[in-house]
Design a protein around this ligand. Structure first.
Ligand code: ZN
Length: 92
């Protein structure tokens, strides 16, 4: 669990997650197809750590996971790699 909100935060509130900033934008309502119930989502603005492009992501009030990257760099289950991966091997 990353964070749990009891009520929507104020627009402009910054949520920091693992060094990445998420700015709260607005509440969005959506209707679940499975039971027709209306649910509230929190919409966040952040920047892709790979290319710096801003993107939006929506979460429920109970945030279990956050999208880290823009659509272009998003890949399911993929972790963010360090900017430079240097593999060094010693010559014998
Ligand atoms: Zn990107």
């Amino acid at each position: 669990m990353i964070h749990e909100f009891n009520m929507p935060p104020r627009p402009g509130m910054i949520l920091m997650y693992d060094g990445q900033a998420y700015e709260f934008k607005r509440v969005e309502f959506y209707t679940r197809k499975s039971n027709g119930r209306e649910t509230m989502l929190l919409v966040w603005d952040s920047r892709c750590p790979e290319c710096g492009a801003s993107f939006q992501t929506a979460t429920p009030f109970k945030i279990r996971s956050l999208t880290r990257r823009c659509e272009k760099h998003r890949a399911r289950g993929k972790r963010i790699a360090p900017k430079k991966t240097v593999t060094q091997r010693r010559k014998k």
